[in-house]
Design a protein around this ligand. Structure first.
Ligand code: ADP
Ligand code: ADP
Ligand code: ZN
Length: 206
């Protein structure tokens, strides 16, 4: 199954992707995670990506598309994949259509006024990438899954977030219509608890 998770920053794509990848046995491919690991390793891609990510802008299409194309060619994608955070522009979606067949696009819909709180309160595991929220951590500072330290992402600050939400509205939201026209769009209400959102995605994916 070739699936895309679409949604604004903070909508819960990563949270759902981890659970869906496990349930359906397909790899979870997050372009944000790929960029962050390149930044950590100070690779040429990482250096380019950081200059955009720090400003809340999108990494240029040609860089991003090439990374995803190479990733989808790997053996573990033969039986499907779950893309989280790609495509984010119409140009990326058109490129993806040329090298892969998208079967379902899950749009995780969360009202804009909830996103700011989700993003600024997000804490992520420095090792496995699991997402948490300060409101539910009860003061815990380590990952429940692997025990590593929880950190706040450098781009999860109020200044960058407003730029990211604007970029989403302008450049990514048009993909909802793009995939609706192709007849592959599934919309779920992302404004419920994590388990409920997960169940409604699974129900709709079949
Ligand atoms: P995205 O990958 O779409 O940017 P995340 O999955 O990282 O979003 O989630 C953003 C923040 O919102 C995290 O702090 C996460 O714990 C929290 N979160 C995710 N899903 C829900 C939900 N259904 N209800 C409340 N908080 C959520
Ligand atoms: P979030 O879901 O909170 O927006 P991600 O981890 O998906 O965060 O992405 C972090 C940043 O990485 C984005 O703000 C953007 O700068 C860059 N990025 C991730 N995916 C893409 C993409 N498909 N195209 C361009 N830039 C991307
Ligand atoms: Zn962890």
């Amino acid at each position: 199954m070739n699936v895309i998770l679409l949604g604004a920053p903070g909508a819960g794509k990563g949270t759902q992707a981890v659970r869906l990848a496990e349930k359906y046995g397909i790899p979870h491919i997050s372009t944000g995670d790929i960029f962050r690991s390149n930044i950590k390793g100070q690779t040429p891609i990482g250096i380019v990506a950081k200059s955009y990510i720090d400003k809340g802008q999108l990494v240029p299409d040609e860089v991003t598309i090439q990374i995803v194309k190479e990733r989808l060619e790997k053996d573990d994608c033969k039986c499907g994949y779950l893309l989280d955070g790609f495509p984010r522009t119409v140009a990326q979606a058109e490129a993806l259509d040329k090298f892969s067949k998208v079967e379902a696009v899950v749009n995780v819909d969360v009202p804009l006024n909830k996103l700011l709180k989700r993003i600024t309160g997000r804490r992520v595991c420095a090792k496995c990438g699991e997402s948490y929220h300060v409101d539910y951590l009860e003061g815990k500072t380590t990952c429940a899954k692997c025990g590593a330290e929880l950190i706040q992402r450098a781009d999860d600050n109020e200044t960058t977030v407003s730029a990211r939400l604007e970029v989403y509205e302008k450049q990514t939201a048009p993909l909802i219509e793009y995939y609706a026209q192709k007849g592959v769009l599934i919309t779920v209400d992302g404004d419920g608890d994590i388990e409920r959102v997960f169940n409604s995605i699974c129900e709709k994916l079949g």
